[in-house]
Design a protein around this ligand. Sequence first.
Ligand code: PEP
Length: 239
Amino acid sequence: MRPLIAGNWKMHGSLRASVALAESVRAGADDLAAELLVCPPFPYIQAVAMSLLGQPVAVGAQDCHPAVQGAHTGDVAAPMLRDCGATHVILGHSERRAGHGETDVVVKAKGAAAIAAGLTPVICVGETLAQREAGQAEAVVRAQVAGSLPDGFAEAGGIVAYEPVWAIGTGKTPTEADIAAIHAALRQAVGPDTRLLYGGSVKPANAAAILALPHVDGALVGGASLIAEDFLAIARAAG
Ligand code: PEP
């Protein structure tokens, strides 16, 4: 499976900085073994997609609403994202599960909306530190996968990202054995064809070791995706 290195730009940057970052990523994107995806904030998606038109860097969003359209002030529908040039959408990120009360049911509905709009959903799962310390990590991610993946997910090329909540933006990562164990459980749950990304403090220094683990088909990168050279170094580490 071709690895995918995805950048989650979160709520960072400006219009000018986002286009400049996209262009710097594009400049290093030729001849990589990995596929690249960048996920800017909503207002910058179209400009970034225009600057990457025809280039080997895909563009995604960081969320969508489950409805196609309607009275949902401040929300964005999946077909609108598609219209603006997005091909992917991150769903169920822990910052949305925790900060916006998103449940598995909501994430599943958003995933179904994404697929219906022709977007590839990247559905995030991951345990909290308390859950890991209680020995519940595998059970938690299995339950999230069972509850969050919509019908037709595998057929639509849906992607799962394992992101331990306590590893996001903290500089901490699980041991390689712990990542491998969760990815083996995820592989069993989703089958052979679904890409499994690891996310949580992936940096150029640890990327090669993480990306070499069995059933790790790429990475979802937050902080390091905001520096083109770091993001590209992670992509090169994918082989
Ligand atoms: C993320 O938020 O998806 C993420 C993995 O962040 P970071 O790489 O900064 O830990």
